[in-house]
Design a binder for this molecule. Structure first.
Ligand code: UD1
Length: 370
């Protein structure tokens, strides 16, 4: 059986690693197509190297651009690959423009589509990711859901055929990485941090980075927190551009460390985007995590680290129900109150998580081999 995988953005490489391994073990031939949506070494190559993902068979080099142009260019180039490869299945991950382009290119050629992380909804159609999720799910033939909520969301949209509750492939990846991270990563030493003695923060969602009022309000909360404990902030390229435009971060801060001495946010400990093992090590040892990332909300919960989500809604409602996560939005006061609540409050019970999602996906694909 031959399958073409379409990936392009950082979280997709993390999800791909355990699934790709399971596909190899199940003797499924996988052709990996990298759209090039993320192209910096620290956003792409380092994940393939560290997570031992085979080199992509195709790199489409699409790069950045406005949503329509980026997705359209991917669609055209993916179609050429699918026509040449003639796979039995096309697999897409998550909710990025690469996901939608892959699903649409395959569906137009009448090739069956498998979607990993199907059924997630924020119910906020302003998010580009929400449009990508909805359209991809409706074009998919196999829908691999990480949670029961995701299965229900699909049922509410009339999708029941091909739906499989398999668990979360990111949990498979985290189990594998956690041990290696504690053996190999020296990130705490490199950044001069103590176990449970710092906050970890990330921001990259368009709703935060592209809205100066929200971004300033979040950064103000982080600066106030930094008066109590170090705040480590690995900066996504989109966020770096937004902070530079607002005059809050010097240009080229990671490439010319001299410029980093004094600027409006110099109380924060900024770093370039981190590789996965360093990120897992940093997450596991943080006293709390503040983020607008989907993956990091789940990882915090699985690692037993309190999370404060810098959004008004979440697709991962279980993390909030279980008490590991609070929705704080972008208001400074609400973020600080969220931190207080998560740090002072009683520790929730460890979550129960299904393992072997990646293996279940490989087995299900085998059963559906035409
Ligand atoms: C994308 C996904 C989002 C995912 C996120 C993970 C969409 C709509 N969004 O957002 O779901 O959570 O990836 O990071 O697909 N850039 C670089 N170097 C890189 C990558 C990006 O400089 O390696 C810059 C680009 O110039 C671009 C900006 O970052 O302007 C944003 O890149 P984009 O491809 O729009 O996606 P993300 O914001 O990362």
């Amino acid at each position: 059986m031959k399958l073409v995988t379409i990936v392009g953005a950082r979280p997709q490489f993390i999800k791909l690693a355990p699934v790709s391994r399971a596909l190899r073990q199940a003797d499924i031939q996988e052709i990996i197509v990298h759209t090039g949506q993320h192209y910096d070494h620290g956003m792409s190559t380092v994940f393939f190297d560290e997570l031992e993902i085979p080199e992509p068979d195709y790199n489409l080099g699409v790069g950045s651009g406005p949503h329509g142009g980026q997705t359209g260019e991917m669609l055209k180039k993916i179609e050429d690959v699918l026509l040449a490869e003639k796979p039995g299945w096309v697999m897409v991950y998550g909710d990025t423009n690469s996901t939608l382009a892959g699903a649409l290119a395959a569906a137009k050629l009448h090739l069956p589509v498998a979607h990993v992380e199907a059924g997630l909804r924020s119910f906020n159609r302003q998010m580009p990711e929400e449009i990508n999720r909805v359209l991809t799910d409706h074009a998919s033939d196999l829908l691999f859901c990480p949670t029961e909520t995701a299965v229900k969301n699909l049922a509410n949209e009339g999708i029941a055929k091909g739906v499989h509750l398999v668990g979360d492939v990111m949990f498979d990846g985290l189990l594998d990485a956690r041990e290696r991270a504690s053996e190999r990563s020296v990130i705490l030493k490199r950044l001069g941090l103590q176990e449970k003695g710092y906050f970890l923060a990330t921001v990259h969602r368009a709703e935060n980075t592209d809205d100066p009022a929200r971004l300033k309000s979040i950064m103000s909360a982080l600066s106030q927190l930094a008066e109590t404990k170090p705040v480590v902030f690995p900066v996504h390229p989109r966020t770096e551009k937004a902070l530079v435009n607002l005059g809050l971060l010097p240009n080229d801060v990671f490439r010319s460390p001299d410029s980093a001495f004094s600027f409006p946010l110099s109380a924060l400990q900024f770093t370039a985007p981190l590789a996965y093992l360093d990120m897992v090590r940093l997450s596991a040892s943080a006293s709390a995590i503040l983020t607008d990332s989907g993956g990091l909300q789940k990882e915090a919960c699985w690692l037993g680290v309190p999370c404060i989500t810098l959004r008004d809604e979440t697709e991962w409602v279980e993390t909030v129900e279980q008490g590991w996560n609070v929705l704080a939005g972008a208001e400074t006061a609400q973020i600080l109150a969220g931190v207080e609540k998560q740090i002072q409050g009683p520790k929730p019970k460890a979550p129960q998580v299904e393992t072997c999602a990646a293996r279940t996906i490989a087995v299900t694909l085998h059963k559906n081999d035409a």
